[in-house]
Design a protein around this ligand. Structure first.
Ligand SMILES: [Fe+2]
Length: 298
């Protein structure tokens, strides 16, 4: 089923979030050695995973054009127009590259459905404020893609991923050798979230500038869902001159020894660079994700 022209929106999520967030989390003790960005997983597994209800319900409501969605408690929440995107960052979209297929990358070992349908993903994590505007676009038609789900996840200023703090501290190995979506290892969900694109294919997020970890340049993971497909898994990266400015300040400058710049990163692609500009309280940035709507990254 195509999503083009499907303008169902999702205000119900705000009310439903508190329910979704109450899901149980299995706490396991694992140790690993370093982040491994070379893993791919089944989307089916992602949706059927330990905390999949929020995203699955969202995708179902969007794809079926339904007026209500079923929450985890079995109640019906109304589906109504989605929130307006934040204008300041979206203005930057006009300067972003368009209509060229965005490179796909591996999702890395720390993806799981966090059940966090929200725009502000900071949860008070310290760091430089970063307001993001993303537009999903059909690379062949050069038209916006409404009703796509855009997910982001990234590490904090100290290089840790929520739901995987022990793993991302740097000793041991991802569960099951790292293949497949991660089963959350702790109850934290900071710096993870998903939004549904508006009629212009846009979403906005408020987060912090990511930190870094060994072997990788500074990046934000991103995934686009349409219906039950996963047409794009990619990463967002930043100009090194701006990385240097941000990482030179607290709290980022409490860590030393960053070992991988964009030019040394095995995943970096210039098309993954986000256009950024200083803002009063940090930075704002914009990027276009041009997708192949027929592709499923499952
Ligand atoms: Fe990563």
């Amino acid at each position: 089923m195509t999503m083009m022209g499907n303008f169902v929106t999702a205000y119900w999520l705000t009310a439903a979030l508190s329910i979704f967030q109450a899901q149980s989390v299995q706490v396991l003790i694992e140790r690993n050695v370093m982040h491994d960005e070379g893993k791919r997983v089944s989307r089916r597994k992602a949706l059927a995973g330990i905390s999949s209800v929020g995203l699955a319900a969202l995708l179902t409501a969007c794809s079926r054009n339904e007026p209500t969605a079923t929450t985890t408690t079995g109640t019906q929440a109304p589906v109504s127009p989605r929130a307006e995107v934040t204008p300041s960052a979206t203005a930057l979209l006009d300067k972003a590259n368009t209509c060229t297929l965005t490179p796909s990358t591996t999702q890395g070992p720390y993806y799981f459905d966090a059940d966090k349908i929200r725009s502000d993903i900071r949860e008070s994590r310290p760091g430089t404020r970063l307001e993001l505007a993303i537009q999903v676009q059909d690379s062949e038609l050069c038209t916006p893609v409404p009703n796509a789900v855009v997910e982001l996840w990234h590490c904090d200023a100290s290089g840790l991923y929520s739901g995987a703090e022990d793993l991302s501290r740097g000793a041991g190995q991802a569960p099951g050798g790292g293949g497949g979506d991660l089963e959350p290892q702790d109850a934290n969900r900071y710096l993870r979230g998903a939004q549904v694109t508006d009629a212009f294919g846009r979403v906005t997020f408020v987060t912090i500038w990511p930190g870094w970890y060994r072997g990788r340049t500074v990046h934000i993971h991103a995934m686009v869902h349409i219906d039950d497909n996963r047409p794009l898994t990619t990463q967002i990266m930043f100009d090194e001159a701006v990385n240097a400015k941000v990482l030179g300040k607290a709290p980022y400058n409490q860590r030393r020894g960053r070992d991988t710049l964009n030019e040394d990163d095995g995943i970096f692609d210039p098309m993954m660079l986000m256009k950024t500009e200083p803002a009063d309280d940090g930075y704002k940035g914009a990027i276009v994700f041009a997708i192949d709507s027929d592709k499923d990254g499952t």
